[in-house]
Design a protein around this ligand. Sequence first.
Ligand SMILES: [Zn+2]
Length: 211
Amino acid sequence: MQETWIFPPGLWEHNVTVLERLIHYLSKLPGLGKKSASRIAYYLLKADKTLTEALSRDIKDLKEKIKPCSICGNYTETDPCSICSDPGRDKSILCIIEQPKDIQAIESTHEYRGIYHVLQGAISPIDGIGPEELSFAALYKRIKTEPIKEIIIATNPTVEGETTALYLVKYLRETAIKITRIALGIPLGGDLEYADSITLARALKGRNEME
Ligand SMILES: [Zn+2]
């Protein structure tokens, strides 16, 4: 059972306080250790009831109300999602990303007006993740049925993201679709000396003419 995994068997329910349980659960969240989990739990204990009620309601609703968009795979409360159903979007440009959260990152730039396709991961032979485990079949179907003229590959600058990008390029080469890869490179304020070779190679490939 999930609960016994989350909380050590024997300690479940009666032997621990609500506060101890909450700290334990919070400490399981990414980026939170026991110390920060404890800080959050004590903060919530003192916080206004409207906050704790809204928080618990939304956590509960998260799994019930948010589903993947049947077209692009973005997380959404309405299907299709607000991007897929937006008539102002350029339906001829498709941006391919690994995870729904990558949409947020790209949307925050306000530079992109096309649509998306979430792969739900990246190809990783070591982890046993091939194209079949990802949403490639849905992508191929979209390419055949939608008026897509350009595909922007925005997978992560990791070995898995690059493998996925190369796989996509190989497949799409047969089509008349223009394929571009986002120029990944050295972060602002970054140092060439500390950039790994993949990042540096991509930065060189994606170099721009100085204006
Ligand atoms: Zn969508």
